[in-house]
Design a protein around this ligand. Structure first.
Ligand code: ASP
Length: 325
């Protein structure tokens, strides 16, 4: 007699398989074997200069983990990038608080959240990965660790960001901004010449957030996830929606089960739209697999990403879920 647990498992797997038109044999996970050509892929317009910095390292035969860090450091120190690092918009009380995470090809990862006064939170996250037994440090503890590691304490609130905050205070109304001037979180993924994949994600989070709010970006499996056997994914947009679905872990797991990066991003967006009122906020996913295929999908039209394949570095528009806009 077929036991109930086995039966439930079999039906769940069957419906997942038909949904994604999986090619794998029942019960076996298919890990994609082909080695992808070197590439750098990242979110939004600030991905262009970030990709260039990352590509320099890849081109010289460097490691993906070094490339992702070097790449995202560009918008982190750019005062014009108003949702990442220095120059990022503050919370409702005027504090610039930063979230970042990094993950290498071995599955090692590090993260900082609610970190203030440090221009390169991604480098602090890397130090957490390399120099501590932990994955994540937060707030005052993350700052203390950064200072112990030799990072400099700085004021991250630029005059421009302060002026935007003072203007916001006139109404003081909190409302998510869809596709904030195309300057959002930077999530960046790299395949190096060896075929290894790493990822990084860094942000000042949602403008005018509550003091202490932490989004998806520093959470491994929400804002960014890499499994070097399968691929990687990064997220941008309304962090709460990504957190509720552990979005990038989901994207990578869907790819592990046979979905293409595009199918995986689409399915992860659908999961959000099925349960949350996606009309009012944006989420975008960007993914690549081990063979160097990539995909991108978002809720509302307007999410774009930069792709550097060694021949050219170019912006692309992601496909979107709400077609009637
Ligand atoms: N995901 C980021 C956050 O929620 C924001 C963004 O991508 O703009 O903090």
């Amino acid at each position: 007699m077929i036991n109930r647990r086995k039966f439930l498992l079999a039906t769940t797997l069957a419906s997942a398989a038909s949904m994604l038109n999986l090619k794998r044999a029942a019960g076996k996970f298919s890990v994609q074997k082909g080695k992808g050509k070197p590439m750098v892929i990242s979110t939004w317009n600030h991905g262009m200069p970030a990709n260039e910095a990352a590509w320099k390292i890849i081109e010289a035969g460097g490691k993906a983990i070094d490339a992702v860090e070097a790449g995202v450091k560009v918008p982190e120190s750019d005062p014009e990038s108003n949702s990442v690092g220095y120059g990022g918009y503050p919370d409702r009380d005027g504090n610039v608080t930063l979230d970042a995470c990094i993950m290498d090809e071995t599955g090692n990862c590090g993260s900082v959240s609610f970190l203030q006064h440090i221009v390169h939170p991604i480098s602090v996250a890397r130090k957490v990965m390399e120099n501590t037994p932990h994955v994540m440090l937060s707030g005052e503890g993350a700052l203390k660790f950064a200072l112990d590691q030799g990072f400099k304490k700085e004021n991250l609130l630029t005059d421009k960001a302060k002026a935007a905050w003072v203007k916001w205070l006139e109404s003081g109304k909190y409302k998510p901004m869809i596709n904030k001037e195309n300057h959002d979180t930077i999530g960046l993924l790299v395949i190096d010449q060896k075929g290894d994949i790493s990822g990084a994600c860094t942000t000042s989070g949602l403008a005018w957030k509550y003091y202490g709010r932490v989004g998806d970006s520093p959470i491994i499996g929400a804002g960014m996830f890499v499994d070097n056997e399968v691929g990687g994914a990064v997220a941008t947009g309304m962090g709460e929606a990504v957190l509720k679905t552990l979005g990038t872990f989901l994207v990578v797991e869907l790819m592990r089960n046979g979905a293409t990066p595009q199918e995986a991003c689409e399915e992860a967006v659908k999961r959000i739209a099925a349960k949350q009122n996606a009309k009012d906020f944006q989420v975008g996913y960007l993914a690549l697999d081990k063979s160097g295929n990539h995909g991108a999908h978002c809720i509302h039209k307007g999410f774009s990403y930069a792709l550097h394949n060694g021949v050219q570095n170019k912006m692309h528009d992601a496909s979107f879920h709400l077609k009637d806009e």
